[in-house]
Write a protein that binds this ligand. Sequence first.
Ligand code: NOJ
Length: 558
Amino acid sequence: MTQDTLIVPAGDLGRDGTRWWRDAVIYQVYVRSFADSDGDGVGDLPGVRNRLPYLADLGVDALWLTPFYVSPMADFGYDVADYRDVDPLFGTLADARGLIADAHAHGLRIIVDVVPNHTSDRHAWFRAALAASPGSPERARYIVRDGRGPDGAEPPNDWESVFGGPAWTRLPDGQWYLHLFAPEQPDLNWENPEVHTEFAGILKFWLDLGVDGFRVDVAHGMAKAHGLPDVGHTDQVEMLGTAVLPYFDQDAVHDIHREWRRLLDSYGGERIAVAEAWAPTPERLAAYTRPDELHQAFNFHYLSAPWDAAGLREVIDESLCTAAAVGAPATWVLSNHDVKRHVTRYGGGERGLRRARAAALLTLALPGSAYVYQGEELGLPEVLDLPEEFQQDPQRLRGEGAGRDGCRVPMPWEGEEPPFGFGAGAASWLPIPAAWRDLTVAEQSGDPGSMLTLYQEALRVRSEHPALGDGALRWLAAPRGTLVFVRETHEATGGDGAGRRLACAVNLSGGTVRVPASGPPLLASGPVHTDGDHVELSPDTALWWDVETSGRQGGRLT
Ligand code: NOJ
């Protein structure tokens, strides 16, 4: 048995609408793949609107909608041509208004994506830059430079695109423009005050429409090192998130986030921003959530951790400590539209599913805010065998990685055959595997053993149990390969120890483990056997139980 204790100081608590974001469960809607209302095979805003009762019933607090703005879809909406309008593929501005209003009526907050690092190459600004001459104010909105070498035929520096290949493309007149992603996504020049003014206007536009916050795309990318120095290495994609590069995680980016925080704070209703930031260390990530910056940052260190007790514990401790050091809530993310779904990452098949069930209880018991990627509540795996002709992700097409189509396959809602109620049409933009017949929402609803029921139950307990959400975590003695911790209310951590406590045990050891435990089990991810003051956990199983105690010793947990 290893024993150790960590108490993380709680932030300001509140489940009643104040500081709601400190422990919110935020559901990521990948709009294109959620629900298709008009039968064209692509999800849309009215589709999301129709499914709001499902989301309210699931028990999440807020939705994060991926970009639905006017876009040529070179990167499926992360290439925005008009930030103040909805792409006809996804609906209209009236649909967006209706969705926000209906979501609020269901008690769900709405977070929208904002993409400030780059625009689409079809954005009016980039078109104007193309038409204008070198040195013009139109070009000064982007990062446009002369090339190196004879005739300037070499790119201005050695930066590589995240999607593969050089990060520079040459213009017909010989200058080069920077694109850290696809060539259709030219990087904006955030040293230009006009860019600041434009984005303040975009944020206000959506805030005035009633959104509750923003997910900030590439929040670590807008500031580039002065002079655009070479990196000096190839294979820069390998360095992403592990090193500070001259184009990512530069200190100057924080000035932009401070500016945005002031703007958010000038609105009522606690509007928030969450950073999509890849930073090399938890400390550097936490810097994005200092009190005068953004409210949250996605915790990709947790997402990237393998299914291993020691590794996970280290990430959890580091995440909690670094977030607490800046007074921010930690966030917990297992999957999103850019990474392989965690059922598959954790080994796939029955084992992957078992681990994903246990991971759900672990994640939802940790202090802070949690993100649920659409379909993880159904236990959807990555689709690894998408036919070649359907693969569309620019990342794969430009040669970097296996591609992200496999985690973007549409949601199966009901019925016996694809597209399983995703839309009224015969097909969906990516084909849904026939085997997902057993994973549809309809199939899992009301089934006590389903993943959907586990998420519904976990979210219900999380919203009702006063020890869950924001607050403190205390590790308890645990057999090797097992994580055991207790969550406690302020009262429980204070003087007499009275108050509510919830314990969580996760067995990652590969064998059955016996853990001291008393108090009624609340929720298990798999087979557990209790015998009075101990519980036996099968491999890859997690358990929540209520610690029955009126004082610290009474719990028999330490
Ligand atoms: C992060 C988004 O999540 C991803 O889908 C996109 O390709 C890049 N940012 C570029 O915008």
